[in-house]
Design a protein around this ligand. Sequence first.
Ligand code: ADP
Ligand code: MG
Length: 143
Amino acid sequence: MFEKILYPTDFSHEAHRALDFVVRLKDAGAREVVVLHVIDKGSFDAIARYATKDILEIEKNLKERAIAEMRPIEERLEKEGLKVKVIITKAVPYMGILEVEKNEKISAIVIGSHGMSNIEEIFLGSVSEKIVRRAKTPVLVVR
Ligand SMILES: Nc1ncnc2c1ncn2[C@@H]1O[C@H](COP(=O)(O)OP(=O)(O)O)[C@@H](O)[C@H]1O
Ligand SMILES: [Mg+2]
């Protein structure tokens, strides 16, 4: 039923906690995991506006950092016998997530309730709230 899982991560502690639940979905039929990091286009554009360095260089650095952060996640999932596909894009984060949901024929999304901003008073982070509202597939929100 939950064959292909989309696991979007901002590499926060909260997103990392959600990874355990991705693994647990093996019992519900999970075979493949798409691990997605969206480079926040808004933040990127803001940095780019004031940057003295070449913006292509900044983008390259951000991608390289994301690839490095992805590696232990990939290893963990592969060790569990799951097929892994890594995607790194630059977009408005929630839009990037919904785009991959559509293009990859995802069966469920596993996401942290909060992320890097982690404001406890807010019920759901801004990204997870939009995903719960707009996703076509079931969403497992991990607190
Ligand atoms: N840029 C991103 N790329 C991929 N996944 C993300 C991104 N930002 C947030 N997420 C996912 O959404 C969850 C909730 O994050 P978010 O709604 O941004 O909370 P906060 O407002 O606390 O930062 C994260 O745990 C992660 O699973
Ligand atoms: Mg966030």
